[in-house]
Design a protein around this ligand. Structure first.
Ligand code: NAP
Ligand code: MG
Length: 495
C-alpha cells in the first residue's frame, strides 16, 4: 500500500454529503451547504448539507417516533447485537475507503487512519455490539416479602456532538453504547470532518438499524450543535470537544429541559520521567508519539513533559532525534511523518502559541509552519525547553505538535506540577520503582494514569477526565451507564 495506491483510493471516493434523517438521505431544509476542504491541498472536496434547527427538529422527531414505537429498544438484545455486528462487517469491508475519507477530510496520515484510528473505531463498535446481550440488571437486598428489580432502561433520544480530530472514533464512542442501550441517536459531526460519520449512518441503515434510530445532521456548532443542546425533546447530550463549548452545553441544558450532559473536553496531559526510569529510549519514543501523533490534535496529548533535572539534556537529545521522524508530508503517502493540521485557521492558532513560546522559552527544534508541494497547512514538530510552569504554552491546550519541557527536583514537586492545571484527562509516569509508581499514580488527578506507557486506549478501559476535562466515561462497560437510567420496580408479596 504505497502513495500511488492511496491516491488511487482517494480519487475513486464518493463523498456522502446529505443528512440522514428518518432513514432517508436529505438535504438541509434551507438548501444550505458548506464546503469541505482538504487541508493538505487547500482544495474543496464537496458541498455538505448545512443542517440547522429545523433539520434538528426533524431528526429529533424521527428519533422520538422510533423510540416510542420500540422498533429498536424492544428487539431482543441478541437481535440488536446481530444488526450492529453486521454494521461492523460492512465497515471492515470499507476500511481503506473510510481511512482515505478521513485523511482527505481532515489531514490525518492515511497510514494512521488505516492502521489505527479507523480500525480501532470498528473494533470498539464490535466490542460494544457484543455487549448488547451481556448486560445484567440487579436485584436489591431487601427483607423477605420484598423484591426490588433494578433495571437499566434507555433514556430515549440521545444527542451526540463530536469533534474533528478522530471523527469516526468520537462518533462511535458515543453512538455505540447509546444504541446498545436501546436509545435513538442524533449525531452531529464537526463541520471540518463530516464524511465518515455520514458513511457510518448510511451503513447503519444498510445493516438493518431501523429508520430514525440513528440520524446524522452535519452542520455548524452555533446552529445545529446549539439546536441539539437546547432541544426540549432530547434526554441526554453527549459531547466531545473543547472545554469552552462544553461549558455552553451545560448552559444550554439549564436553559432548556435539564437534559443530562456528559462532557469529554480538553486536556494538558503531563508526563513525569523519574531518574529510576528503566528505559529512556522507550520513554522518548512514547513521548514523541504522544505529542506528535495526529499532529498533536489529541485531547490526551502528552503536551507537558516534566523530566528529573539530572536527565534534562539527555532526554531532550533523545526527543530531538525522534522529532526528525515526524516530518510533514503528503498524508496519503505512508512514508510521511506528520499530516496536515485540520484547517488553516487552527494552524494559525497553533502558530500563535509557537510565537508565544519563542518569546518565553527556548526553542529546541521545529517552530515553523510548512507546506507540502507548495500547499496545505502543516506545522513542524516543535519542542520548547526551559518553559516556565506559568507560561501560556505550559498551561493552555495548544492542540498542535508542540511540546513544553520542564524539570523537577523531587517527587513531591513532580506531583505538584502535574496537578497544576485546570485539566485532568490523562497522565503518564515513567519509573521502575513499583512503590513510586503506585504512590505517584494515586496522587495525580487524571482519569487515565499510565505507568511506563503514554496514552494507551482500549475498549475495555474507561476513558475520561477529572476537573475541566469533563465528566462521565467513554469506552468499557461503564459507557452504557451514561445512556441509561435505573428503574426500580418494587414488588411486595405475601411471605
Ligand atoms: P469544538 O470547537 O469544541 O467543537 C466540538 C463540537 O462542538 C463540534 O461538532 C462543533 O461544531 C460543536 N460546537 C462548536 N461550537 C458550538 C456551539 N456554540 N454550540 C454547540 N456546539 C458547538 O472542538 P474541536 O475544535 O472540534 O475539537 C478539539 C477539542 O476537542 C479539544 O479541546 C480537545 O481536547 C477536545 N477533545 C476531547 C476529547 C476527550 O475525550 N476528552 C477527545 C477529542 C477531542 P463545529 O465543528 O461545526 O464548530
Ligand atoms: Mg470547530
Amino acid at each position: 500500500m504505497d502513495q500511488a495506491y492511496w491516491h488511487g483510493i482517494a480519487e475513486a471516493l464518493t463523498f456522502p454529503t446529505l443528512a440522514i434523517i428518518d432513514g432517508r438521505k436529505v438535504p438541509a431544509r434551507s438548501g444550505g451547504t458548506f464546503t469541505s476542504v482538504n487541508p493538505a491541498t487547500g482544495r474543496a472536496i464537496a458541498e455538505v448539507a448545512a443542517c440547522e434547527a429545523a433539520d434538528v427538529d426533524d431528526a429529533v422527531a424521527a428519533a422520538r417516533r422510533a423510540f416510542e414505537a420500540g422498533v429498536w429498544r424492544n428487539q431482543a438484545p441478541t437481535a440488536r447485537k446481530k444488526v450492529l455486528l453486521r454494521l461492523v462487517e460492512l465497515m471492515r469491508a470499507e476500511l481503506p475507503q473510510l481511512a482515505a475519507l478521513e485523511s482527505v477530510d481532515m489531514g490525518k496520515l492515511v497510514r494512521d487512519a488505516h492502521g489505527n484510528d479507523i480500525a480501532n473505531a470498528i473494533d470498539i463498535l464490535q466490542w460494544h455490539a457484543e455487549e448488547a446481550d451481556k448486560l445484567y440488571d440487579e436485584v436489591s437486598p431487601l427483607p423477605p416479602g420484598n423484591l426490588a428489580v433494578v433495571r437499566r432502561v434507555p433514556l430515549g433520544v440521545v444527542g451526540a456532538v463530536v469533534p474533528w480530530n478522530f471523527p469516526l472514533n468520537m462518533a462511535i464512542w458515543k453512538c455505540a453504547p447509546a444504541l446498545v442501550a436501546g436509545n435513538s441517536v442524533v449525531l452531529k459531526p464537526a463541520e471540518q470532518s463530516p464524511f465518515t460519520a455520514l458513511r457510518f449512518g448510511e451503513l447503519a441503515l444498510e445493516a438493518g438499524v431501523p429508520a430514525g434510530v440513528l440520524n446524522v445532521v452535519p452542520g455548524f456548532g452555533e446552529t445545529a450543535g446549539q439546536a441539539l443542546g437546547r432541544h426540549m425533546d432530547i434526554d441526554c447530550l453527549a459531547f466531545t470537544g473543547s472545554t469552552s463549548v462544553g461549558k455552553l452545553f451545560l448552559r444550554y441544558s439549564g436553559e432548556s429541559n435539564m437534559k443530562q450532559v456528559w462532557l469529554e473536553c480538553g486536556g494538558k496531559s503531563p508526563v513525569l520521567v523519574f531518574p529510576d526510569c528503566g528505559n529512556l529510549e522507550l520513554a522518548a519514543d512514547q513521548v514523541a508519539s504522544g505529542i506528535f501523533y495526529n499532529q498533536g490534535q489529541v485531547c490526551s496529548a502528552a503536551s507537558r513533559l516534566y523530566v528529573h533535572a539530572s536527565l534534562k539534556q539527555r532526554f531532550i537529545d533523545l526527543l530531538v532525534a525522534r522529532a526528525e521522524r515526524y516530518r510533514p508530508g503528503d498524508p496519503l503517502d505512508p512514508s510521511s511523518g506528520l499530516g496536515a493540521m485540520v484547517d488553516a485557521n487552527h494552524a494559525s492558532n497553533v502558530m500563535r502559541f509557537v510565537e508565544l513560546g519563542r518569546r518565553s522559552a527556548q526553542l529546541v527544534t521545529g517552530g515553523e509552519a510548512a507546506t507540502v508541494g507548495g500547499a496545505g497547512s502543516f506545522i513542524e514538530p516543535t519542542i520548547f525547553s526551559d518553559v516556565s510552569p506559568d507560561a501560556a504554552i505550559a498551561r493552555e491546550e495548544i492542540f498542535g505538535p508542540v511540546l513544553s519541557v520542564m524539570t523537577f527536583e523531587d517527587e513531591s514537586e513532580a506531583i505538584r506540577l502535574a496537578n497544576d492545571s485546570i485539566y485532568g484527562l490523562a497522565a503518564s509516569i515513567w519509573t521502575d520503582d513499583l512503590s513510586r509508581a503506585h504512590r505517584v499514580s494515586e496522587q495525580v488527578t487524571a482519569g487515565v494514569v499510565a505507568i511506563n506507557v503514554v496514552d494507551p486506549v482500549n475498549p475495555a478501559v474507561p476513558f475520561g477526565g477529572f476537573k475541566q476535562s469533563g465528566s462521565g466515561r467513554d469506552l468499557s462497560r461503564h459507557a452504557v451507564e451514561k445512556y441509561t437510567a435505573l428503574r426500580s420496580t418494587w414488588i411486595r408479596y405475601r411471605h
